[in-house]
Design a protein. Structure first.
Ligand SMILES: [Zn+2]
Length: 573
């Protein structure tokens, strides 16, 4: 009974705007199925404290994913997730919508790691660190091999005439190309850590590791060397990636909401690091150990024992994927992808006593809009092309879910005509808001659109045509470029689709005072704006899925995108 009262109140509030809503253009036959009241009901669930900020991976995130799947199943949509053999029977009709991603993080066990040389014992962190986290024990003579990189194009082979089998490689310095590449990667990861995600991935001038060149670790693994010891100068990148030697103790029993220790290594998608080649322990020696190693250079009998122990933690998360088959026997082979990220940043540092980062706008709003779009498409007429609705995991961790999906797609990416991505569509700037942190927040009838002016004038024409015949939202192109200093183009899941050569259109309301703060809560959302934006996305999606000719990529693309497209192609399995 109480619920019904609440529902009636919400419906009445929503009704105020419905009366004033323009009639949906005929290219959007079921737009009225998208309502502020439905989205309110969904978003108050997805961004409730019970979801604990939907961190990847977490029980709160899994709960949100099952909630999405449960709705999708009711509307008769088809799953686009795990193949039948990999589905969990305990998840019944929901399993088809879940596309699992295996995660792994490993951390060096400092207490169990050591180096022994000339009767001295050296400790982890005080005397050395690991560059690759590879665990193992290696005992053998030292062999000094310069920088240790084999560069095929330059005919550089530091190992000519040296048999490394059963030995420990000692390497000093790096080729200048590697130094430049690692510095660029360091900046890339720092950017990723400070924002929603990072910039375009730097490219190594030496070419591809393993084919164009071999790292000392790769050469060691292929030629029977047991371990690699580096001097302290290079590898700032490796140090950053591996993080500190020990994590803060897992005190989850005592405190259900531990503050995550800073700089703990993020989880890795294990399918991205296939164990095709054996790895050897690789360490960086600090000054004391390094001096002892140099002293041993003149002693051909000098032996060392390198022990690196590591604790591995496995977990899994999932994208949620639903498919709607198109009505046209030919065009249904093509897809429009509509995406949002379901995750947020979880539980963290308290602000005003609040430790749950609810992520109502980021990206509960996009996830909620996407769910209502799925409902509108599933319960209304079908467009000619098929639609894939995708809720991504791990966006906040580095666009994991979309990277995974574009690497291991469950639909043919060559048949995807566009990705429409919604990441933050629920906040608006009030006229009397003088908070400088809200300077870039869009107004109630405004939204940033990113992508068309980067890569597809066709897509911009379709977008404008639909919008001009509908809500006439103010479509702001401020971030619609690849060279904006805030790098918005690179900071959500659409960029992984763009890198695959797919035209993309990203809807974004702008950074605001509650961005990535515990105060990003559902009561601050402008549900009327969400309704307008989601209906507009629906109408654009409908048009793209129905028009005879899909949008083409521009003949001339920004060099950064061309480069990223080539990089994605090279990285595809
Ligand atoms: Zn986001």
């Amino acid at each position: 009974m109480r619920k019904l009262v609440a529902f009636t109140t919400l419906a009445a509030v929503a009704g105020l705007s419905l009366a004033a809503a323009p009639k949906a253009p005929n290219q959007a036959p079921n737009a009225e199925a998208i309502t502020a009241s439905f989205m309110q009901d969904v978003l108050y669930f997805l961004s409730s404290d019970a979801m604990e900020g939907r961190n990847t991976p977490s029980r709160g995130f899994d709960t949100a994913a099952l909630f999405i799947a449960s709705n999708l199943a009711q509307w008769g949509l088809t799953g686009g997730g795990d193949p039948p053999a990999l589905r969990d029977p305990k998840q019944g009709p929901l399993a088809q919508f879940l596309y699992h991603i295996e995660l792994q993080s490993s951390q060096v066990n400092a207490a169990a790691s050591s180096v022994e040389l000339a009767g001295h014992q050296y400790g982890y962190q005080s005397d050395f660190t690991s560059t690759n986290g590879a665990a193992g024990q290696a005992s053998g003579p030292l062999v000094f091999v310069g920088h240790g990189y084999v560069e095929h194009k330059q005919n550089i082979d530091p190992y000519a005439g040296i048999n490394v089998r059963g030995k420990i490689l000692v390497v000093e310095g790096q080729p200048p190309e590697m130094v430049a590449y690692e510095s660029a990667m360091l900046a890339y990861f720092r950017a990723a850590q400070s924002g929603d995600s990072g910039a375009a991935r730097p490219i190594n001038a030496l070419g591809a590791a393993g084919s164009d060149f071999l790292t000392p670790e790769q050469y060691a693994a292929q030629n029977g060397a047991l371990a690699v010891i580096h001097d302290d100068a290079p590898n700032p990148l490796a140090a950053l990636l591996r993080g500190p030697a020990t994590a803060a103790p897992n005190n989850s029993e005592a405190n259900p909401y531990p503050t995550p220790p800073p700089n703990v290594p993020t989880m890795e998608m294990t399918r991205f690091q296939p164990k095709t080649a054996a790895t050897v322990p690789s360490i960086v020696a600090k000054a004391g150990l390094w001096n002892a190693i140099l002293a041993a250079k003149s002693d051909p009998a000098a032996r060392a024992t390198v022990t690196v122990a590591s604790d591995v933690r496995k977990a899994r998360t999932e994208d949620v994927v639903a498919l709607l088959e198109g009505s046209d026997p030919v065009l249904k082979k093509q897809y429009v992808i509509i995406s949002a990220h379901l995750d947020h940043v979880g539980i963290g540092r308290a602000l005003n006593g609040d430790i749950i980062y609810n992520g109502a706008d980021d990206d509960g709003s996009g996830s909620t809009g996407l769910l209502n779009l799925a409902k509108a498409f599933a319960t209304g007429p079908r467009p000619k092309r098929s639609i894939a609705f995708i809720w991504h995991a791990g966006e906040e961790k580095g666009l994991w879910g979309s990277l995974y999906f574009t690497r291991y797609p469950t639909i043919p990416l060559a048949q995807v005509v566009t990705d429409l991505n919604m990441d933050m569509i629920g906040r608006s700037r009030a006229a009397n808001d003088n908070n400088a942190a809200d300077d870039r927040l869009t107004k109630a009838d405004e939204i940033y659109v990113i992508g068309p002016q980067v890569s597809s004038a066709d897509l911009e024409r379709t977008m404008d045509k639909v919008n001009n015949s509908y809500y006439k939202l103010s479509l702001n192109h401020f971030y619609d470029r690849t060279d904006d200093p805030e790098q918005i183009f690179y900071r959500s899941d659409h960029v992984n689709y763009a890198n695959q050569g797919i035209p993309i259109l990203f809807f974004f309301d702008g950074v605001h005072v509650d961005y990535h703060q515990p105060g990003d809560e559902p009561q601050k959302i402008d549900y009327q704006k969400m309704e307008k934006v989601a209906r507009t996305v629906y109408a654009i999606g409908w048009t793209l899925a129905t028009e005879a000719t899909p949008p083409r990529l521009n003949a001339v693309l920004p060099p950064a995108l061309v480069k990223a497209m080539a990089g994605a192609k090279a990285g595809n399995p």
